[in-house]
Design a protein around this ligand. Structure first.
Ligand code: URA
Ligand code: SF4
Length: 252
């Protein structure tokens, strides 16, 4: 049985796509093997390539601030990318590069089996929710192939544009409530603990309270409403529901 460390070693020696030629270091990803959240970015940038670690440049600083805003640290989460080697000049990864590298991310997901996958930006979002604008699907929980996926704009976009920053912060603030609900779903006995006033995890005390009612805005498709193509883990999502009337806030 391979481990996350074995996988990181394979990534570091990988020559399966042209990106290996330009790298200083591959960036397999990092975090504890029992992390509840897996963040998936796009690919290493300049600083990540130099250090061999994900999200250590300006976008990484913003990600750490966002984590802090919900009472968490990067040491508590797993951080990975769609491609593990830096595309030259930070260009977009090509479909062929993403495809060559996907075996590593897929295995990371299997080994981690995270409670929640947070996709950062359009490339990782498209892995789970293909064919839809990120502006349409972000900030809502998607159920895809048995995994819970929460798309957010890429932190680098938030650094470039103030209005995106606000959207990212707003979406991030939903994570503690989502985790509360997902923990209860994974282990219904934990609800009793929470109800008597103890937080389900001390690190999330600062988050908003769980709000269960509208968690499944986007249900797992069934054979009747959306046939899943064979061999594919990604499914088309139904269109977003209409906006709630003024004054009513949609949480998920
Ligand atoms: N942007 C990404 O998508 N990933 C990183 O690791 C750093 C910046
Ligand atoms: Fe291998 Fe992925 Fe790096 Fe390409 S990007 S060389 S597939 S580790």
């Amino acid at each position: 049985m391979d481990t996350l460390a074995d996988l990181a070693r394979r990534v570091s020696a990988c020559t399966d796509c042209p990106l290996h030629t330009g790298r200083t270091n591959a960036v397999p990803g990092e975090g504890p093997s029992d992390a509840e959240i897996l963040f998936i970015g796009e690919g290493p940038g300049f600083h990540e390539d130099r250090q061999g670690r994900p999200f250590v440049g300006p976008a990484g600083n913003f990600l750490e601030d966002l984590l802090q805003s919900i009472g968490m640290t990067r040491e508590q989460v797993f951080i990975a990318n769609m491609v593990k080697c830096r595309p030259p000049e930070n260009r977009d990864p090509t479909p062929a590069e993403i495809s060559a590298c996907s075996k590593y991310l897929d295995r990371q997901i299997e080994l981690l089996n995270p409670l929640l996958i947070v996709t950062l930006g359009r490339f990782s979002t498209a892995k789970f929710v293909p064919g839809q604008a990120i502006s349409r699907v972000r900030g809502r929980l998607h159920s895809v192939g048995g995994r819970r996926v929460f798309p957010i704009m890429h932190p680098a976009a938030g650094l470039r544009r103030q209005e995106m920053r606000a959207g990212i912060e707003e979406d991030f603030a939903k994570i503690p409530g989502l985790l509360d609900v997902l923990r209860i779903q994974a282990d219904p006995a934990s609800e009793t603990v929470r109800r008597v006033g103890e937080p389900s995890h001390p690190s999330y005390e600062t988050g908003p309270p769980a709000q269960t009612p509208s968690l499944w805005d986007i249900p797992e498709p069934t054979a009747e409403n959306a046939p899943v193509p064979p061999e594919s883990d990604s499914v088309e999502q139904p269109p977003a529901p209409p906006e709630p009337p003024p004054g009513q806030q949609r949480l998920f």
